[in-house]
Design a protein. Structure first.
Length: 151
């Protein structure tokens, strides 16, 4: 039974089985007190085997890559795709319900360091719809005011 990580995942190499320790990579980072450090991670696509494969799928960290794992999960393709998106949002720190919907719609890709949105492919269409909605609301308000003035 096998599954593969859907995104890069930070890890503690000390607790990993030997076949995973061989796959650990390092990213430049900093410790809590600001000192340079090498941060260990397992890259997207890392393959998990046996019980770890199923566990990683159930926790939405990985997707099944063989028939045995698919059968053990009992998930449809839609459930697997949804799990992958959920995990990606979790990794990106997208926890707000509204922001999760914007991510799923392609409006945002995550957050910049200042917590502003990283614009997605649907950003411009979303902004245009908001502007159009604002104009409709303004028109409705003008009509209501003129109706009240007539009375």
């Amino acid at each position: 039974m096998k599954s593969a990580l859907v995104v890069d995942q930070f890890c503690n190499p000390a607790g990993l089985p030997p076949y995973l320790k061989e796959q650990v990579k390092f990213k430049p980072g900093k410790t809590a007190d600001g000192k340079p450090a090498a941060i260990p991670y397992l890259p997207k696509g890392t393959v998990f085997e046996d019980d770890q494969a199923l566990l990683r799928c159930k926790t939405k960290q990985a997707q099944p890559i063989d028939e045995e794992c698919f059968k053990a999960l009992g998930w449809s393709d839609a459930q697997i795709a949804a799990a992958k998106v959920d995990y990606e949002m979790n990794v990106l720190g997208i926890n707000n319900k509204e922001d999760r919907e914007l991510f799923k719609a392609g409006v945002i890709l995550g957050y910049n360091k200042d917590q502003s949105y990283k614009k997605g492919p649907a950003w411009d269409a979303y902004q245009a719809a908001i502007e159009a909605a604002a104009e409709i609301d303004d028109d409705d308000l003008i009509e209501e005011e003129s109706d009240e003035a007539d009375e």
